[in-house]
Design a protein around this ligand. Structure first.
Ligand SMILES: *[C@@H]1O[C@H](CO)[C@@H](O)[C@H](O)[C@H]1NC(C)=O
Ligand SMILES: *[C@@H]1O[C@H](CO)[C@@H](O)[C@H](O)[C@H]1NC(C)=O
Length: 243
């Protein structure tokens, strides 16, 4: 009987004050000692490890990240739905800067990704600027030389007297060096017209950011938020840092 109670207690304790996974334990930084450069260095070592996914922390694999569907654009001018989506290149993102504002519980992380590629199936109906766009088929969107700045605010909550971070907002701003669009089978097999439209999209990628950017930013920031949420939900603040 005692044995079972002990196991039960042990399970409850690990539930409420879990550690970071073993592969991240040696990536902790000290709060008192050059946190910024330690975080950039160890964070970059951690990204490919986290990208393998971790069922215990409910973190899905990130190379590629799969998403079943997104309504990427829902404006009066254009509807663009994506399904069977795979996002490649998140595991190769690099942290270039981090800022902490402890008084406001505000964190800003800047990452770069030279090639984040989104692939899958699309259905589209409407206009992009003056060009009609209508069709369904395979697509790819290649975000080239992106810079992603994630700003997150958190609140501190207590569970059983132990403090945890909980993200309250997560906002992403972005810049790209270029975007390659490829939508196959626009206009039901009229390849000539399809090529023309893809060429037009690629030449005008920066003007199209108004339409495409918010959906892409929402998707990427919710992936990043999700990872942070899953860890911070299970790992108390003190276990994120070296004593
Ligand atoms: C970008 O990533 C995609 C998916 O991994 C790959 O197919 C493509 O070759 C890459 N492009 C470049 C220029 O590296
Ligand atoms: C996109 O999905 C929405 C919701 O399922 C649907 O109402 C709309 O017709 C779809 N648009 C296209 C172009 O497939």
């Amino acid at each position: 009987m005692w044995f079972y109670i002990l196991i039960l207690l042990a399970t409850v304790c690990t539930l409420f004050s879990q550690e970071l996974p073993d592969y991240l334990k040696d990536k902790k930084c000290s709060l008192s000692n050059d946190l910024k450069s330690c975080f950039i260095k160890n964070g970059n070592l951690a990204i490919p490890l986290i990208a393998n996914g971790d069922a215990k922390y409910h973190i899905p694999p990130l190379n590629p990240m799969t998403i079943s569907s997104i309504q990427l654009i829902t404006t009066p001018n254009l509807q663009l739905n994506l399904t069977d989506i795979k996002i490649f290149g998140l595991d190769k993102m690099i942290i270039t800067d981090i800022r902490f504002d402890w008084d406001k519980n505000l964190f800003t992380i800047t990452l770069t990704g030279s090639n984040v590629t989104i692939e899958g199936l699309y259905t589209a109906d409407g206009h992009v600027m003056v060009m009609p766009v209508k069709g369904r088929g395979k697509f790819s969107i290649v975000l080239k030389n992106g810079e992603y700045k994630v700003t997150s605010t958190t609140e501190i909550i207590e569970k059983n007297g132990v403090k945890y971070h909980r993200p309250t907002s997560c906002r992403l701003t972005y810049k790209f060096g270029g975007i390659d669009f490829n939508f196959e089978n626009l206009f039901a097999g009229n390849d000539e017209l399809s090529r023309e439209i893809n060429k037009f999209l690629n030449e005008n990628w920066d003007l199209l950011l108004n339409d495409f950017g918010p959906g892409i930013a929402d998707t990427i920031s919710s992936i990043i938020r999700n990872i942070f949420e899953k860890f911070s939900d299970q790992v108390p603040i003190k276990n994120f840092f070296l004593e």
